[in-house]
Design a protein. Structure first.
Length: 555
């Protein structure tokens, strides 16, 4: 009999499988709907667009028509197979601002403030530049900075432009000061993608007390009264039941975890009855509180032939791939997002709300050029949305995709933040540091100037940054789906550990905080004393109430 059943071998599930089995005292079963995900296209960082485009590795969800985006359906990719979304994502490593986690604690997630989470970020990580008060030096997850911006002058020009515009330069946005312009970090080690399957699961799979079953599609959790006792699944076409006297942990992600709960009878009773599901526990907030980040590609022609646009032909890709295959170096060993920025849209914000990923090419997400000649772009968007959506199963049948409605731009503050985002980006790109490179603006383009024009262009062009979260919210109030121990309220022996438990979206990419949450949850599940809180110095602009951009952070 197993002690723990983990549903989902993604960014959280692989961490849990490793940590719950490492002392040898507990039998752990890890169930994953996808396959083993052994592919050069996953391991090679520059090939990131290929696994996401494949239904072998991606669930390929789409939203319902979004009212705030003129009825457009928005792609919502989620990883399938060992490593989950960490095997198909852009590998960007952003923990979030320390205010994000303090916000969680203030909202009722006691024990999840930044001082409580920092030790788990550090435990997870081996940072390429060594451990310090903020960074880990011996964790499973390898984090580096690609080619350290040495392969292209555009990376540094973007940072210099930000400083010229009056923003600070940050030495480590995952450390003392997030706000500002600097080098970007990625989950890449020794030139290879550091998915959680590689970082956590690979070394644990030889343990006798860990069993991993792929091709196991989870239908529902089985209950005896309100005690979880097992899961019903379809394994390679055969219906199976997996039982435990211990605990079941849903780590299937912000879309699948609430869907499994709803199919199991945990949700809004009238809604469940309409689908032919007998309600087990009334919980209207299962699937609610859905949040996501949006972004656009802000593109320019490049006056000098220095961009990556001349590396997008098949022969260049062959040479890049060959060097990576034999040496794990060069342009194949990076996601190409090697500089970035975090700024505020207005005065009165303690922490930034706009994020930039700089890319020295003008291209589409599928890796093809979007122009003739040379160009560059920034992926940019406000990252603290006030709009909220929901996930709801569309049928009792687990083969039917759930209904996903993000309600993007439903809140007026989100619309205003986008207006500021476009205006501030243009100001940054107009700085002298970009003069020798900056050609005409490709998009939005000179015709997009007024608020109405900006609003219309954003509605037509904005895309998901692929950071859904919040659908099984953690807190201490009656509506929270899980408590601060990640236990599902109202039932026994069932927890959720993935991005769905986030009370609010952190400021930045969500893979790093998901891994942190799983590290922390593993100690909670095992009943271990939490790692001691840490309080290193942290920077917030002392004049944040009155200015939008500060000078350089001082220590």
């Amino acid at each position: 009999m197993v002690d723990y059943i983990i549903v989902g071998a993604g960014s959280a599930g692989c961490v849990l499988a490793n940590r719950l089995s490492e002392n040898g005292k507990h039998n752990v079963l890890l169930l994953e709907a996808g396959g083993r995900n052994k592919s050069i296209m996953i391991d090679m960082p520059t090939a990131l667009s290929y696994p996401m485009a494949s239904d072998k590795y991606n669930w390929g969800y789409n939203s319902d028509p979004e009212p705030g985006l003129d009825g457009r359906r928005i792609s919502c990719p989620r990883g399938k197979g060992l490593g989950g979304s960490s095997a198909i994502n852009g590998m960007v490593y952003v923990r979030g601002h320390h205010c994000d986690f303090n916000e969680w604690a203030e909202a009722g997630a006691a024990g999840w403030a930044y001082r409580d989470c920092l030790p788990y970020f550090k435990r997870a990580e081996t940072w390429a530049h060594g451990a310090d008060d903020y960074r880990g030096g011996s964790g499973p997850l390898k984090v580096g900075a690609g080619n350290e911006m040495k392969s292209n002058p555009l990376y540094q020009a973007f940072i210099d432009a930000g400083v010229e515009a009056g923003y600070p330069k940050t030495q480590d946005y995952n450390g003392y000061a997030q706000e500002g312009f600097g080098a970007m970090h990625m989950t890449v080690g020794d030139g290879v993608r550091s998915s959680t399957a590689r970082a956590y699961l690979e070394s644990a799979r030889s343990r006798n007390n860990l069993q991993v079953i792929t091709g196991a599609e989870i239908d529902r959790v089985i209950f005896n009264n309100k005690r979880a006792t097992g899961v019903a699944a379809r394994v390679n076409g055969e219906t199976k039941t997996f039982k435990t006297e211990g605990e079941i942990i849903l780590a299937a992600g912000a879309i699948a975890s609430p869907s499994i709960l709803q199919r199991s009878g945990v949700g809004e009773p009238a809604f469940l009855k309409d689908l032919g599901i007998e309600p087990l526990h009334e919980f209207p907030d299962v699937g609610a509180n859905l949040q996501d980040h949006l972004e656009v590609y802000f593109q320019f022609h490049c006056k000098k032939p220095v961009s990556l646009n001349d590396k997008l032909d098949y022969f260049s890709k062959f040479l890049i791939g060959a060097r990576w295959f034999f040496f794990k170096s060069g342009l194949g060993a990076t996601n190409h997002f090697e500089s970035c920025a975090f700024i505020k849209s207005k005065a009165g914000l303690k922490s930034p709300d706009i994020q930039y990923h700089f890319l020295p090419a003008a291209m589409r997400y599928d890796g093809t050029s979007s122009i003739k000649g040379h160009g560059f772009q920034v992926h940019v968007g406000p990252n603290k949305p006030k709009s909220r959506g929901r996930v709801a199963i569309a049928a009792r049948d687990m083969d039917t995709d759930p209904s996903i409605l993000f309600n993007y731009l439903e809140h007026d503050d989100d619309i205003e933040a986008w207006r500021q985002c476009i205006k501030l980006t243009r100001e940054i790109m107009a700085q002298p540091a970009m003069d020798e490179f900056r050609g005409p603006e490709i998009q939005p383009g000179d015709s997009v100037q007024s608020n109405d024009e900006i609003d219309g262009w954003v509605r037509e062009n904005v895309e998901s940054a692929y950071h859904p979260c919040g659908t099984c919210r953690m807190g201490d109030d009656g509506d929270a789906v899980v408590d601060t121990q990640c236990r599902v309220n109202g039932v026994e022996k069932l927890r959720v550990v993935d991005a769905s438990i986030f009370p609010t979206a952190p400021y930045g990419n969500i893979n790093a905080p998901v891994i942190m949450a799983a590290e922390k949850a593993a100690d909670l599940i095992l009943g271990k004393a939490p790692l001691a809180p840490e309080d290193p110095p942290l920077w917030i602009d002392p004049e944040w109430q009155t200015r939008q951009r500060p000078g350089a952070p001082k220590r």
